[in-house]
Design a protein around this ligand. Structure first.
Ligand SMILES: Cc1cc2nc3c(=O)[nH]c(=O)nc-3n(C[C@H](O)[C@H](O)[C@H](O)COP(=O)(O)OP(=O)(O)OC[C@H]3O[C@@H](n4cnc5c(N)ncnc54)[C@H](O)[C@@H]3O)c2cc1C
Length: 460
């Protein structure tokens, strides 16, 4: 490779965040180079074949597809849009009983899987949270554990534990209540009172009070790969992707009297001059990837980031054990099983399984220090002790150890940012913008990055 190749933007990583960034900037007229160390695009958003089944990199649903950040990006930049199938209902499985998730106070009061006295306490918590938020309390510093009555039964505590891990990737002690107050739609105007002052928004808590299950959640027919395929099909000619090439250094020069400025990147295959770098790898790796020391406050914060570790188990079945439309949240109430979320993926798209067969995915969040074999054994025990028929009808089992979120949304852990101390170096991805989760969070980060480039005059 010649060392004189020059790009307006170099994007590091061809996962969904990197590709969305490359697509948007390419369509805004920039000459873009994408560097990806793997031999494929998609990162943790892919679908591949295993023993005749098409498995995603973890069971997925895509949230906020009515007017959320991915929808806005798709409408603006995609040339083709994947076909999305409505995701359906959520069920809770607790102590081998299954019931629909309670989406309103009325449903809560009838929710027999938790003791009756706990149900009224939990409804009171929802009212308390709505009240605290409306009086302006900073709910990002209040944890789920802070508002949980100690007198709840072990089953109800397990349920709260489940919600914390699956909404934030961390337990109730670290989980901020604010996550449950997140606004529903993208760029929604905050409500104002008669004097024009913003009324604190109580989104999800409000939904819990008045009812209504989410109707903006979907599964992409063909698997999550179809999102990546649509992205890649839409890339203009001025976007080039180099696979099997790793970023080694972002090179800087001194910018006036303040911060260093991006000048080029060195990869495993050469050096490219570039005006901007959009980085979508782990923010925690950044200090080693920049040729100049970064300020202590920045590095210390990055060191406090905690990633989420997951195990996905895909099970192929010769009987359709799960016939209901929707997914099941399995709350573990015993020490030898784990919480899990089960999606019968082939109910949304039968072509993901061989003819007459069925594909079910389980997502587990596992402690970082749990060895893979131990996690797989606990996962199998959880699955087959809950539904022994699954083992009898199983013809395929496949494990994936992946990182669904590069940063937990936690009161005490660190979290990255779009901006960095290096001028013209920006981050995107699930550790750079604290809102929502998964692809929705990744898409929010790309919006925020584009807004920031605009404000800093880097989109002209
Ligand atoms: C089990 C599981 C379940 C999930 N469920 C959902 C769900 O239901 N809904 C949802 O919306 N999301 C879900 N997700 C999350 C979603 O898949 C991820 O948030 C998203 O794919 C992350 O995309 P990304 O581009 O930010 O990161 P990544 O996919 O990690 O992409 C980063 C890319 O950068 C590359 N890279 C890193 N460092 C370098 C370097 N130095 N040089 C070159 N390349 C580099 C990597 O190889 C990678 O390809 C789930 C994920 C998992 C694992």
């Amino acid at each position: 490779m010649s060392t004189t190749e020059r790009y307006d933007v170099t994007v590091i990583g061809a996962g969904v965040s990197g590709l969305l960034s490359a697509l948007a900037l390419g369509k805004e007229g920039k000459k873009v180079l994408v560097i990806e160390r793997a031999d494929y695009i998609g990162g943790t958003c892919r679908t591949y074949e295993h023993q005749g089944y098409k498995v995603d990199t973890g069971p997925h649903i895509i949230t906020r597809l009515d007017s959320g950040p991915l929808r806005v990006l798709m409408d603006k930049y995609f040339d083709v849009i994947p076909y999305f199938v409505p995701f359906g209902k959520y069920y809770l499985r607790i102590n081998r009983q299954v019931k629909q998730f309670p989406w309103s106070v009325k449903d809560w009061m009838m929710f027999e899987l938790l003791p009756v006295e706990d149900r009224s306490m939990l409804v009171k918590i929802i009212f308390d949270v709505a009240y605290m938020a409306s009086t302006g309390v900073d709910m990002s510093r209040v944890s789920i554990a802070d508002i949980t009555p100690r007198s709840l039964s072990p089953t109800s505590l397990a349920f709260i534990d489940y919600l914390s891990y699956f909404m934030l990737g961390t337990g109730p002690v670290n989980a901020p209540v604010s996550r449950f107050l997140d606004r529903k739609s993208y760029k929604v105007e905050k409500p104002k009172d008669d004097n024009g002052l913003t009324i604190p928004y109580v989104g999800k808590a409000y939904n819990m009070l008045v009812g209504g299950r989410p109707t903006d959640q979907f599964y992409p027919r063909g698997g999550v790969q179809t999102i990546i395929d649509a992205l890649s099909y839409s890339l203009p000619e001025n976007v080039k992707i180099n696979l099997g090439e790793e970023l080694l250094k972002v090179n800087t020069e001194q910018g006036g009297n303040i911060s260093p400025v991006v000048s080029s990147v060195t990869t495993s295959k050469g050096t490219y001059e570039t005006d901007l770098v959009i980085y979508s790898g782990y923010a925690t790796d950044l200090p080693q990837l920049i040729d100049t020391p970064l300020p202590n406050y920045y590095v210390n914060n990055l060191q406090k980031i905690e990633k989420v570790n997951s195990l996905s188990v895909w099970v192929g079945l010769d009987e359709p054990i799960f016939k209901d439309e929707g997914s099941e949240m399995w709350v573990s109430t015993s020490s030898d099983t784990l919480h899990t979320w089960m999606i019968p993926t082939s109910n949304y798209d039968p072509s993901l399984a061989p003819k007459g067969k069925h594909l079910v995915g389980f997502a587990f969040i596992v402690p970082p220090d749990m060895p893979h074999e131990k996690a797989e054994e606990s996962a199998r025990h959880t699955i087959f002790s809950n539904i022994p028929a699954l083992e009898r009808h199983m013809n395929m089992i496949h494990y994936q150890h992946l990182v669904p979120e590069k940063a937990t949304w936690s009161i005490h852990a660190g979290f990255g940012d779009i901006k960095t101390p290096v001028k013209n170096l920006y981050c995107v991805g699930s550790d750079s913008f604290k809102r929502s989760m998964g692809l929705t969070r990744a898409s929010y980060s790309v919006h925020k990055m584009l807004d920031t480039l605009g404000i800093e005059g880097n989109l002209e």
